[in-house]
Design a protein. Structure first.
Length: 71
């Protein structure tokens, strides 16, 4: 699949279209250091992130899903 030439001439230029200051970079670095990864959360902490009744409204998988094994 190829994109039209008109799109190519209007390509996203991160430096021009998404200006980022040194202060932005510092804040992002600080937040990355201070924010724990979800992999380090306990089961109770993960469950606390899920709103009450969310799994009933939108189950993780279909009720008729069948188990499979990757080759």
């Amino acid at each position: 699949m190829s994109s039209p030439r008109a799109f190519d001439s209007n390509a996203l230029d991160l430096a021009r279209d998404v200006p980022t200051t040194a202060a932005d970079v510092e804040v992002l670095r600080r937040l990355r250091r201070e924010t724990p990864t979800w992999l380090s959360l306990s089961a109770a902490e993960l469950e606390a992130l899920v709103p009450e009744g969310a799994l009933r409204r939108k189950p993780v998988m279909r009720a008729d899903a069948r188990p499979f094994i990757l080759p």
